[in-house]
Design a protein around this ligand. Structure first.
Ligand code: AMP
Ligand code: MG
Length: 420
């Protein structure tokens, strides 16, 4: 058995970031910048009003109440045609260009317009610069806005768009192929027969890849058949940045993934990793396009845990991300997590919940067997139990948080602003 850390190092070194590519802003959510963004213009672009109200000369309102002549209205998007002189004001809307002569805005709530609209009474002195957003005060042209390797969220896309950008240089979105192997997998889901099973891994892996932001490509399912597997690997290597298979990496008769991989990549690694579940694993790089292949075990929990521990970090690395792992948090065992020493790190499916004191408590989400996928479905985290006797109730445990949304949901808590 080799330590997880070693398997991971081997895999990461063979999965380098892809060459950057320019994509439209609309396609960039979740991708990682491969360039530094400098502001090509000022933000705000021009000095404008932060509120609906009246643009005034602050000195005209020193003695309040002040009565000013209203000489016009400026809506957002319009260019003012007048300059404000002594004793004058202009009705102005949020985001509208501040007219020449004005140096402050009185908000509507502190003013009273005369019925015919020709004059306004300002109730309080307006400070110079009040409710004015100055050209370039948020971002000056030429400023650094985002560093390279920033992962783009909705807000980043908004900022880039407000700078007038329409495309960005990013690490491209990966296309990841998923293949299920095994003679026992039923071809037509409506015609299950004795000894056959439905495919759980391929739909689950395709879904997880999409949830993680990649394009998932369904490469179908094949029996334990060398030539079929070779064909799919060749096709997958041409159309995908990476291929993920499940089944056929253990020591059984029909376990052919490593046999086929070895013929295509003599440097491939078939390993036993010191973890439970997900001990068997194979990894190789297909010739021609250098496509990595991840051979996951067939048991569904093992396949998905293997994905979490090895595939997801490697794909994130290929996507230019610097942060490769799920959040690692400290939790308190709400029950005993006993185990026997066996030279392996155990990953236990748990329900993590927020306690009233803000700590995270964990309990097992069900039977911890590598074929009982429902236990993982009922979990929102994996508890990490290093080799040894495990932990007692009340002791601290490291967890990998798989789903932040479900941490809230399982805790039966919502934001404080929603509570009565
Ligand atoms: P293997 O890794 O091929 O030895 O398979 C280990 C176990 O996982 C066996 O019980 C298989 O039937 C099961 N298995 C393999 N592939 C899948 C799959 N795609 N969906 C559900 N179970 C599977
Ligand atoms: Mg099999």
């Amino acid at each position: 058995m080799i330590p997880l850390r070693e398997a991971r190092k081997f895999v990461l070194s063979a999965c380098q970031p892809r060459s950057p590519d320019r994509v439209r802003l609309a396609e960039s959510l979740g991708l990682v910048l491969a360039e530094r963004i400098l502001a090509s213009n000022d933000q705000p672009l021009f000095t404008n009003s932060a509120m609906d109200g009246f643009a005034v000369r602050a000195e005209d309102t020193k003695v309040a109440p002040a009565r000013l002549k209203v000489i016009g209205t400026i809506m957002a998007g319009q260019v003012p045609s007048t300059t404000i002189g002594p004793g004058e004001a202009v009705r102005i809307m949020t985001g509208a260009l501040l007219p020449e002569g004005a140096d402050g805005v009185c908000i509507v709530e502190l003013s009273e317009i005369q019925e015919d609209g020709s004059a306004v009474v300002i109730h309080q002195p307006v400070a110079q610069g009040a409710h004015v957003r100055h050209k370039g005060e948020d971002v000056a042209s030429g400023d650094d806005v985002f560093v390279s390797r920033t992962r783009l969220t909705a807000a980043h896309i908004g900022v880039l768009s407000s700078l007038g950008l329409e495309s960005v240089l990013v690490y491209p979105r990966l296309r990841v192929g998923v293949l299920s192997t095994g003679d026992e997998l039923v071809g037509d889901a409506t015609k299950i027969s004795e000894g056959k099973i439905h495919d759980a891994n391929r739909p689950a892996l395709l879904a997880q890849l999409r949830a993680d932001g990649w394009d998932a490509v369904d490469l179908g399912q094949i029996g334990d058949d060398e030539s079929a597997m070779t064909r799919v690997f060749v096709a997958g290597s041409a159309g995908c940045d990476a291929v993920v298979t499940s089944g056929g990496v253990s020591k059984g008769e029909g376990d052919l993934v490593k046999v086929v991989l070895e013929k295509m990549d003599p440097a491939m690694m078939s390993m036993e990793i010191a973890v439970k579940p997900a001990k068997p694993f194979a990894f190789g790089v297909l010739p021609t396009f250098g496509t990595p292949v991840f051979g996951l075990p067939g048991n569904p929990v093992a396949a998905l845990v293997s994905y979490e521990l090895l595939v997801r970090p490697a794909l994130r690395h290929m996507s230019g991300m610097l942060n490769l792992d799920r959040p690692s948090l400290r939790a308190i065992a709400s029950e005993g997590f006993r185990r026997l020493p066996d030279g392996r790190v155990h990953f236990v499916c748990v329900r993590a919940t927020l306690q009233p004191d803000g700590a995270i408590g964990i309990e097992k989400s069900g039977e911890q067997k590598s074929h009982v996928l429902r236990t993982l479905a009922d979990a929102n985290a994996l508890a990490v139990l290093p080799d040894g006797p495990g932990v007692r109730s009340g002791e601290e445990v490291e967890i990998l948080l798989l789903d932040v949304d479900r941490l809230e949901a399982m805790s039966n808590r919502g934001p404080t602003f929603n509570s009565a």
